[in-house]
Design a protein around this ligand. Structure first.
Ligand code: AMP
Length: 285
């Protein structure tokens, strides 16, 4: 990360000496995340520390740069803020919004499923956040419980823009994302657009309510086969309204999927969602 983005020249250049480092929040593939506080303003953040050697070894400089540049420009209550970034000889530091309630994935592991209220709220929050992303021509492409963090009031925060793309044409052909959440058009190597995110939130809604993703199988080939056939089995325990929403998102043809606006107006979402819009914290150094 030798050349900073054009906007970074407006930000004050930070160094690690500006922070008091607290407890580790988690371990990622390329480094650790710590709770940290700016010495001057006492502003609390999550500091992600990445090792340049590891990023270079995996050839991920370009992807990281893209992730940072996209996330730094997004400001929405349901998208994890990237306030700033800096580097020294060996490390890259990302100054992130702190998500006090951690990962949605862990919440799901603890309880195995979420209730209708939590799931519908998450669906409304994600529909709003993705409307914002798509308006800026950003496709996330990797919505799944591991990439969603929870704010103080339990509101969802989309994190990890590692696979997202900023594209002027909004049409792409790269294969990426996680197996269980891959939409048919990506498996089949077709060009795809922002409607891949609609498929992913359909898969997410199913996993949150049922406890496992809809196309989970014993082998990758079987998962692929079930995805392209849209072979979904709805358990009897799934509420009728939720099944209606999921079945209108898990459509083979992207143009047939509900739009983000239709998700927010869907009767099941409107009945169960308890969305509260939290204030956006601004970092002061
Ligand atoms: P990552 O390297 O992004 O996968 O992060 C590793 C772990 O650190 C995650 O699984 C989370 O549990 C935790 N973590 C990352 N970012 C934050 C954050 N902004 N707020 C709270 N916890 C975080």
């Amino acid at each position: 990360m030798s050349s900073p983005s054009p906007t970074s020249s407006f930000r004050r250049l930070l160094t690690i000496d500006d922070f008091e480092i607290g407890r580790p929040l988690g371990k990622g593939k390329f480094g650790n995340v710590y709770l940290a506080r700016l010495k001057k303003s006492h502003f609390i953040v999550a500091l992600k520390v990445l090792f340049k050697s590891q990023i270079e070894k995996e050839g991920l400089e370009h992807q990281l740069r893209r992730e940072v540049e996209i996330q730094a420009h997004l400001q929405h209550p349901n998208i994890l803020r990237l306030y700033n970034y800096f580097h020294d000889a060996r490390r890259i530091y990302l100054v992130l919004e702190y998500a006090p309630r951690g990962e949605l994935y862990k919440e799901l592991q603890r309880n195995s499923t979420l209730d209708e209220q939590c799931t519908a709220t998450i669906m409304e929050e994600l529909a709003d956040a993705l409307t914002y992303c798509h308006s800026k021509k950003v496709i996330h492409r990797d919505i799944k419980p591991e990439n969603l963090l929870l704010g103080l009031r339990g509101e969802v925060k989309i994190a990890d823009f590692g696979w997202s793309v900023h594209t002027l044409s909004l049409r792409r052909r790269t294969m990426c994302g996680t197996l269980d959440y891959l939409p048919p058009e990506m498996i089949e190597g077709k060009t795809y657009d922002e409607k891949v995110d609609l498929w992913c939130i359909g898969v997410l809604c199913y996993e949150l309510l049922v406890g496992n993703p809809p196309f989970e199988s014993s082998s990758h080939n079987e998962t692929y086969r079930r995805i392209v056939k849209v072979d979904v089995r709805y358990p009897l325990s799934l509420p009728v309204g939720a099944q209606d929403l999921i079945s209108k998102l898990l459509r083979y043809h992207p143009s047939e999927r509900l739009t983000l606006a239709q998700i927010q107006k869907h009767p099941w979402v409107k009945t169960h969602s308890r969305r509260v819009i939290p204030p956006c914290g601004q970092m002061t150094s």
